[in-house]
Design a protein around this ligand. Structure first.
Ligand code: ADP
Ligand code: ZN
Ligand code: ZN
Length: 831
């Protein structure tokens, strides 16, 4: 050994492990890795006794940890970082701000396909067909997989005794013999096409002639070569050979055996190669008319552009159908031309459809799509595509904020008021809209928030000059906003004109629309057939055994279901309490409306769109497509029908139960109701030639909020609400932190919450701490919940210090022996 090696210092790496643990872990870097290792690369390490997990390198240094003996890193997975320096900075910020661990952020950020853990299982790659590449040990593993279909990491470990399991698995993955997948997740379907082409030495015509005649003795092989040549006429155009022919082309033909083809490959007559095909080719690249911006769109995009010179964030407040998407497209083009990356965030549900098709038309292959209904592997493809520079532009849901951008010039957050930008479970409980703003600071980029019904927070910032504000007040093509009609159901009930949930006015209009072959959307923000069953004799109500909430009756599947914990039961034939047969459905959801329409208008084509009908991967898209193509007359749905959809032929929207939405017991109820009802109404009359109508059924037509909705008076709503918020110290004047205490024992949960609230109040003052109080649903999954709400003024308060104070107090409570089994969830900027 030379002195050079002896003097070389040992390197250590601080790693982020994707687990809920507060700190980084230091591991020792094996000498042979020290040249290759980089911050942001993934490594595999042992964690705990048995587990092997993927971690990401956060720092590299020469200081051994003081408190423990550092273990060696087992494997380095990437030669180039897959997490950028900017991302690490962002993850750290998110962990600090939302009071969670950076490992939890990493866990949400990294697609499962980039993680190998001991929970991973392996399966055979169905397309693997060269066993000769494998070592004896690897063959052994493959034999086992064939026997059992899949194997867990531990099972592999047992099989190969002393060897290094991760390197064996890595080798098998490298040879594409096996596929890793997360146990509960969809399995990997590699989108690789295997191909063959002629070996280079046969690429002149003489060699080809020689080859074919030399194969006279092996006619099967000769046949293959001739088939190849007839499909890829390389003698005319040698370039064609580059692209080769799909291997599957030969396997479809029973006259051709795989063995013959393989012999030709062994001889070097053919060479095998693989190409990766993008999964995004599934989104059709339709072409359409070239769009020129209208004057008001041009003006809006110019205003936004100018405002970006002085503001980090601009809010585009444009009424439904004003053509905001085209304005976004213009700005995305400009940003891409200037060489920066662009991220376009959309709420979960809006993403699978129309808007993606519109964007792909314009941006084609530079656009990546990031969506939770995509498989892990599709997500990995986007992740890597951004790192490689393939995707300069990504349209995605909230978690797309964690993708590996390094030069993000513009983030657009469409429908910025949507609550689905906020993650509830698990931590980090982040709001992607707010993280976008921080991220743009880091990238020195800009954020455009867009909505027809902005959140009070964003509009407040815009009014106060913190954000720029641009307004679009006309619908595209001079289409008018729909005409509204409020239907007094109290009156109709008195006059006995109602038919179940339907007012006579609604029914007349429905009939009229059907006759005119125009489409209708019916909105009821509640799924299932009816929210509960009730016994007429003893007033028993169907309730969940695990939660304090009624069980919803789902008629189609004949079940009672809990919408909180997923518990299911059969429908009782008689009252479980008194045995009476008079058990009635109470209230109504989308399923009941659909059912009643089917009875009253048997000729109408009805479709329902809610969580229950859209669980399958493409179901949502299919319904939208069918509605667009005119295959559906009446679409019944929950708020899912309102999300950014753009239909030509919808001339009527009917809204049930508006009062329930307006009077939801929550301080944001008016804002939410305004947003929801305006958005769903906005689906009507989007074409100038087909004016729209919105019918709202209510027991109280005189409500101020309804007047504001039907006159599209956002400002009126805003001013009334903001005054209330100011008076009672609610956002945007304060930031809210909700601390929820959970325990299966009600008194324990209650006691812990009380003690915690006292400790918080002692320091923060009674005006800043509300509760503890049980939330609307007091028990979920058998745990009793208590909420403490902390309101902190935006100014003059050291938010960071208060947050660590809250954390300290939580730890204090947890150190009490009788309370240590409680669970505490802290939700910063709760919604
Ligand atoms: P918003 O998102 O503001 O509700 P959209 O962007 O969906 O509105 O636009 C409403 C409709 O008007 C869409 O069908 C869109 O294709 C059409 N549209 C908007 N701008 C133009 C334009 N400049 N040229 C042609 N069609 C347009
Ligand atoms: Zn009963
Ligand atoms: Zn339940």
């Amino acid at each position: 050994m030379t002195s050079f090696f002896e003097e070389e210092t040992t390197l250590f790496a601080d790693l982020i492990l994707p687990v809920p643990i507060p700190s980084l872990f230091t591991y020792r870097v094996p000498r042979e890795m020290s040249e290759l290792i980089k911050v942001g690369a993934r490594v595999i390490v042992q964690f705990g006794k048995k587990r092997v997990i993927t971690a990401v390198i956060a720092n590299i240094h020469t200081n051994p940890p003081l408190k423990y003996q550092a273990k060696y890193i087992l494997e380095l997975l990437d030669e180039q970082p897959i997490v950028t320096a900017r991302q690490l900075e962002l993850f750290k910020w998110v962990a600090e701000y939302y009071l969670c661990n950076i490992g939890e952020v990493l866990n949400v950020a990294l697609p499962a396909g980039l993680k190998i853990t001991s929970q991973s299982r392996i399966q055979l790659n169905p397309e693997f067909d060269y066993e000769e590449l494998l070592t004896e040990q690897e063959k052994l593993i493959l034999e086992e997989i064939k026997k059992h279909q899949t194997l867990s990491y531990e099972e592999v470990e047992r099989l190969i005794a002393k060897s290094n399991i991760t390197s064996v698995i890595k080798s098998l993955v490298g040879k594409r013999a096996i596929i890793l997948f997360e146990e509960v997740k969809e399995r990997y379907k590699p989108k690789v096409v295997r191909k063959v082409r002629l070996g280079a030495s046969f690429m002149d015509n003489d060699a080809l002639v020689k080859l074919t005649s030399s194969l006279d003795k092996v006619p099967k092989q000769q046949e293959i070569v001739l088939r190849y040549l007839s499909h890829v006429p390389v003698y005319n155009n040698p370039e064609l050979n580059q692209k080769g022919l799909d291997k599957s082309f030969f396997s479809q033909d029973d006259k051709i055996s795989n063995a013959s083809l393989n012999s030709l490959i062994k001889k070097g007559v053919f060479e095998q190669f693989e190409i990766f095909v993008s999964r995004f080719e599934d989104v059709p690249l339709k072409d359409g008319a070239v769009i020129t911006l209208t004057e008001s769109q041009k003006e809006a995009s110019a205003q936004i552009h100018d405002l970006f010179a002085e503001k980090e964030v601009v809010l585009l407040h444009g009424i439904t159908g004003s053509g905001k998407t085209e304005v976004y497209i213009e700005l995305i083009k400009q940003a891409l031309q200037s060489g920066t990356q662009v991220l376009f965030l959309l709420p979960e549900i809006a993403l699978t459809t129309q808007i993606v098709v519109r964007l792909r038309k314009v941006f084609g292959d530079v656009m990546g799509i990031y969506h939770s209904k995509f498989s892990d592997n599709e997500r990995v493809e986007v992740w890597k595509g951004i790192l490689d520079g393939k995707f300069q532009f990504v349209v995605g849901v909230r978690s797309a904020i964690f993708l590996p951008f390094n030069n993000l010039g513009l983030i657009i957050v469409d429908e910025e008021h949507e609550t689905s930008y906020k993650q509830h479970e698990p931590a980090p409980r982040y709001n992607a809209r707010d993280v976008a703003v921080i991220m743009s600071y880091m990238h020195k980029g800009k954020v455009l928030l867009g909505s027809a019904t902005p959140s009070l927070e964003s509009y407040y910032h815009a009014k106060n000059g913190r954000y720029g504000l641009v307004e679009m007040t006309q619908r595209f093509g001079n289409a008018a906003l729909p005409a509204f009609e409020l239907i007094d159901i109290k009156k109709e009930k008195k006059q006995r004109k109602m038919k179940n949930e339907f007012s006579s006015v609604l029914l007349e209009n429905l009939e009229h629309n059907l006759k005119n072959k125009e489409q209708t959307i019916l909105f009821q923000n509640r799924r299932g057939y009816s929210p509960y069953l009730q016994c007429e004799e003893c007033h028993w109500i169907s309730e969940c055994a695990n939660c304090d909430v009624s069980l919803t009756y789902h008629m189609r599947v004949g079940e009672l279901r809990c919408h909180y914990c997923g518990h299911k039961e059969e429908v009782p034939r008689t009252c479980p309490n008194c045995g009476s047969t008079k058990v009635k459905t109470m209230g109504y959801g989308t399923e009941k409306i659909e059912d009643e329409i089917n009875l009253m208008f048997p000729q109408a084509r009805v479709q329902r769109m809610d969580l229950d009908t859209t669980r399958a991967k493409n179901a949502y898209q299919q319904i939208i497509q069918e509605f667009e193509d005119g295959g559906i007359d009446i679409l019944v749905g929950t708020q899912m029908v309102s999300k950014g959809l753009d239909f030509d032929n919808v001339s009527m929207v009917g809204i049930f139960d508006a009062d329930r939405i307006i009077h939801f017991p929550e301080f944001r109820a008016s804002e939410r109701a305004f947003q929801m009802l305006t958005q769903v109404s906005g689906r009507a009359g989007r074409r100038a030639e087909k004016p729209g109508k919105v019918l709202i059924q209510t027991a109280n037509p005189a409500q101020k909020l309804l007047e504001r909705i039907i006159t599209n008076d956002y400002t009126g709503m805003y001013e009334a609400e903001i005054a209330e918020r100011e008076k009672f110290n609610y956002p945007p004047f304060t930031r809210l932190i909700k601390v929820t205490v959970k325990h299966t024992d009600e008194p324990v949960s209650n006691k812990a919450a009380k003690i915690l609230a006292e400790k918080l109040t002692a320091e923060l003052g009674a005006s800043r701490v509300l509760g503890p109080q049980p939330p609307l649903v007091e028990r979920v999954r058998n745990q009793f919940l208590f909420d403490i709400l902390i309101k902190l003024e935006r100014e003059k308060i050291n938010f960071k210090a208060v947050k660590s104070f809250i954390q300290e107090k939580v730890i204090d409570v947890l150190t009490d022996k009788t309370l240590k089994s409680i669970q505490v969830v802290i939700d910063v900027d709760c919604l």
